[in-house]
Design a protein around this ligand. Structure first.
Ligand code: 2P0
Length: 322
């Protein structure tokens, strides 16, 4: 038996990934830029067992046989193909991020799984190979392999679509957890509906490609104001795009919108703060570390808050190959 344990953290995109050009290889329509957080880690242990006849997924303390188990097993098929193995595995994963609440649990989940599974199957992958592998499980997971700020290059093939680190100014995020319930429509399904039904999708793709270029330039130059503005505009465009589907999808709740308004008011009072939100009602506020107290004070009472700083790379904690 071979076993490996890995830890990975979620990431929040400043320029978002929304839409695939290839759903088999999980190639995105555009690149994206994110910050990996130092909170809400996922810890995953993969044990490769020569005697087992099926893969087993234990999520928290619950053995699963539904959608997530199928998705993990398909991911393990990719790892097995790379490793030339047909052995099955037991995957035990503990998430501290509220699952499926738009807080990127699939990002930390598949990043931790990519690192643990590749090690347990005896592969020795570098960061780029791990990012490519994690991408196959969930697009945003490609970015959680990378510490701090990352750009996921859209690429045109499996080999060219991966995330890598980018220089960035000193920043923090205040995470406002509006609701922790499971979201009604997965990002995967919502992306599909967007591409099929939104007349705005082509404009989203072209404007996001431009925003990514500008955001990368602002990040490298340490231009917090420009990076912040691009972040809030890109998130607002993504949510407008999602609302323009048929039938429409709306992830933001009245409380989420109230948070965007409070952040705008804070900015009007001279504090550098910019709001973003993923495929759920939670809102994340990008700010300078010194301005975190002003942001938390402005959001007090609206939602449960957590403060994040740039986090570490996905990492192997232990490995025993037998
Ligand atoms: C992002 N999101 O860039 C965007 C913004 C949510 C909103 O990446 O189908 O779970 O597994 O590749 O990575 C969520 O999408 O989708 C996501 P799949 P994923 O963070």
């Amino acid at each position: 038996m071979s076993t490996a344990t890995a830890i990975a953290h979620p990431n929040i995109a400043l320029v978002k990934y929304w839409g695939k050009r290839d759903s088999e290889l999980n190639l995105p329509a555009t690149g994206s830029l994110s910050m990996t957080l130092d909170i809400f880690p996922t810890t995953t242990t993969v044990t490769v067992d020569g005697t087992a006849t099926t893969d087993v997924l234990v999520f928290g303390d619950e053995e699963r046989s539904d959608g997530p188990a199928v998705r993990v097993s398909r991911f393990l098929d990719i790892v097995r193909e790379l490793a030339g193995s047909d052995r099955r595995a037991r995957v035990e994963t503990v998430n501290t991020v509220p699952s499926a609440a738009g807080l990127a649990s699939s990002a930390s989940g598949f990043a931790a799984l990519a690192v643990a599974a590749s090690a347990a199957y005896g592969l020795d992958l570098d960061a780029r190979e791990l990012s490519r592998l994690a991408r196959r499980g969930s697009g945003s997971a490609s970015r959680s392999i990378i510490p701090g700020f990352a750009v996921w290059h859209a690429g045109e093939s499996d080999e060219t679509s991966y995330a890598e680190a980018i220089d960035a100014p000193d920043l923090a995020m205040v995470v406002a957890m509006v609701e922790k319930r499971e979201k009604p429509i997965s990002s995967r399904e919502a992306m599909r509906r967007t591409i099929l039904t939104s007349p705005f999708y082509p404009a989203w793709v072209s404007s996001t490609a431009e925003s990514l270029e500008a955001a990368a330039e602002a990040s490298r130059a340490g231009d917090v104001e420009r990076l912040g503005r691009i972040t809030e505009v890109n998130a607002s465009r993504m949510h407008a795009l999602i609302q323009s589907c048929d039938p429409p999808i709306r992830y933001l709740t009245p409380v989420s919108v109230e948070i965007f308004d409070r952040v705008a008011a804070l900015r009007a009072s001279g504090v550098g703060a910019w709001a973003t939100a993923d495929a759920g009602p939670n809102v994340v506020v990008l700010t300078r570390p010194d301005d975190v107290p002003a942001v938390t004070a402005a959001l007090e009472g609206l939602a449960e808050l957590a403060v994040a700083r740039p986090g570490p790379a996905a990492a192997l904690v232990s490995r025993t190959n037998g």
